[in-house]
Structures are given as structure tokens and as C-alpha cells.
Design a protein around this ligand. Structure first.
Ligand SMILES: C[S@@+](CC[C@H](N)C(=O)[O-])C[C@H]1O[C@@H](n2cnc3c(N)ncnc32)[C@H](O)[C@@H]1O
Length: 287
């Protein structure tokens, strides 16, 4: 996997782009737990298959994590997928997912999947894509300035007729109040019991909802010993209006805003906010 990001030469991923770095727990183990948790989320896979079918061609998955969306996007029509993530540990998990899936392995062997450690706020590449995706990533950026950087960087990766999908929580999906430390889930996986607890504090801010999310995961091994993995994340959820305004500022034209992966219109109860946008200019790669 490349530790660089394209035409602009080598580009180090700063600590802010690696959500697992700096946590007081082994990043590989955290990445494994991340997979366990995120792979259970599959209600968006049909949406990504369909969006890839509508915009076939080179595709870039910005903040791809462990490559959960690669399979659906290849099945839909992505000719080639570049998966960018700030976390080398999550890209290792993507590599393991590819190795364990014959379709993904064949695509990788044919040069149709590329994994790159990089920062979505600064990514530069010479190639242009027909589809760029920022799924679940905006929440991890530090607020409007970083989101604008990521949107401008995404626009510059698009072909003139390319499309960017920004997928984040909608107003109805946001926590309505603080949540005290509670049990989230418990699973048995590979002979180990995994117990996840979390707590959450929210703060309304002019730029959207700020959330401090602390997780505590216990991995109980067969011999009874416990690996305790604490982690904390600062999350940010812009309002749909703020997200659309940022897209416009990034010289994107918003084509549609959906409130679900079933393409329901967005309203105040919508659990998702999915913005589909195109470059406003004929030369999306411009500064
Ligand atoms: C909630 S996960 C979503 C992963 C994937 N898009 C999916 O839907 O399964 C957010 C991802 O964004 C990545 N990320 C956050 N900030 C980033 C940044 N500045 N540059 C690159 N990746 C980033 C994280 O490492 C993580 O993999």
C-alpha cells in the first residue's frame, strides 16, 4: 500500500487524519473491533452499488476505512477504486478483507483496487474520477474549515461530469441528549468475547453538533484474561444547511440531498444526510 498521495509527491498523514493513532490502545486491535462493529452496518450497501451503477468509471473512496464499500461499488460499475484512509491499521484490515474475498482479490490482482494512506483534506492525484465518496468521514473532521478543505480536495479529484457523495448523520440520527456510560453490545468472535461500552457528551455549536464519544472495549480471551481498549473521538455533525453551504463554497453544485439510503427526501427526522454534488466549473481540478 502506498504511503503517499499522488501527483503532489509524498504526503505524510498527520495524526489528525489517523483516528486510531494516539489512542491508549493497540491500533490493530482497535481496527479489528472497528471492523466487527462497522461490518454489521450494511443498510447502505445497496445505495453504493446503485450510485456506482449510475456513475461508472474510476472511483475514489475517501476515508475508506477497511473497505466496506469496495464490493458494492465494484459490483455496481466502478472500473477501479482508490481507497484513501488516514489509518494504516484500517487499511491493513482492508487488505485482509480483499485477501479473504475472491472478487476483491481478483480486482486487486487486475490493478482495479489501490490502497493509499492519505489525508482527505489534502489528497492530490493526477487522475480524475467519475465518483468520489466521503461516507461517514465528515464527522471525524475538525469542523467547517477542515470539511471545506476535504470538499475542495474531493472536487479537484472529479472529472467534469463526476459526482461527489457526502454521507453523514441527518438531524433525526443525532443523539438528542448526553448518554452515560452504558453497554452497547456484546459479541463472541474467534473464541473471544467482546464487550463494548460507551458514553457520549454533546454540545450544540453554531457550526453544528459537537460530540465527545468515549468507548471502552473489553476483549475477554479464552483464558479469561482481558484486554481493555479505551478510545475517544471528537465528532462533528454539520446541519444539512451548513453542509450544503460548504459544498457550494467548495465550488460544487448540489444536485440532490437525501434523508436515507433509500433516497427518501431529507426532513428533520431523517437519520442520514446524503449530499450528491457535481463540480460547478468545467475545470474541477483548478485551485
Ligand atoms: C466511520 S469511518 C467510515 C469508513 C468507510 N467510509 C465506511 O463507510 O465504512 C470514518 C473513516 O474516515 C477516516 N478518516 C477520518 N479522518 C480522515 C482524514 N483526515 N483523512 C483520511 N481518512 C480519515 C477514518 O480513519 C475512518 O476510516
Amino acid at each position: 500500500m502506498d504511503r503517499a498521495a499522488g501527483a503532489g509527491g509524498r504526503q505524510e498523514a498527520g495524526p489528525l487524519s489517523d483516528i486510531l493513532a494516539g489512542q491508549p490502545a493497540d491500533p490493530m486491535l482497535l481496527a479489528e473491533i472497528y471492523d466487527l462493529e462497522h461490518d454489521a452496518m450494511d443498510d447502505d450497501l445497496g445505495f453504493y452499488r446503485e450510485i456506482a451503477r449510475r456513475h461508472p468509471g474510476p472511483t475514489i473512496d475517501l476515508g475508506c476505512g477497511s473497505g466496506r464499500l469496495f464490493g458494492p461499488m465494484l459490483a455496481g460499475g466502478a472500473h477501479r477504486i482508490v481507497g484513501i484512509d488516514g489509518s494504516a491499521s484500517l487499511l491493513e484490515r482492508a487488505r485482509a478483507r480483499i485477501d479473504g474475498d475472491p472478487h476483491l482479490s481478483a480486482a486487486m490482482a487486475a490493478g482495479r483496487i489501490e490502497l493509499v494512506v492519505g489525508d482527505v483534506r489534502r489528497i492530490r492525484r493526477p487522475d480524475r474520477c467519475s465518483l468520489a465518496v466521503l461516507a461517514g468521514v465528515v464527522a471525524h473532521l475538525d469542523g467547517p474549515e477542515d470539511a471545506l478543505r476535504a470538499l475542495v480536495a474531493a472536487r479537484r479529484l472529479l472529472a467534469a461530469d463526476g459526482v461527489l457523495v457526502v454521507d453523514t448523520l441527518g438531524p433525526g440520527g443525532l443523539p438528542p441528549h448526553d448518554l452515560p456510560l452504558s453497554l452497547d453490545w456484546e459479541r463472541v468472535e474467534g473464541g473471544r468475547r467482546v464487550v463494548r461500552r460507551s458514553k457520549l457528551e454533546r454540545r450544540e455549536a453554531p457550526e453544528g453538533l459537537r460530540v465527545s464519544y468515549v468507548t471502552l472495549t473489553d476483549v475477554v480471551r479464552a483464558d479469561g484474561t482481558i484486554a481493555r481498549l479505551p478510545a475517544s473521538f471528537r465528532l462533528w455533525y454539520p446541519s444539512p444547511t451548513a453542509l450544503v453551504a460548504l459544498a457550494t463554497e467548495a465550488e460544487l453544485v448540489v444536485e440532490s440531498v437525501f434523508g436515507s439510503h433509500d433516497l427518501d427526501p431529507l426532513d428533520e427526522d431523517s437519520e442520514r444526510c446524503i449530499v450528491v454534488a457535481r463540480p460547478a466549473t468545467a475545470d474541477p481540478g483548478k485551485e
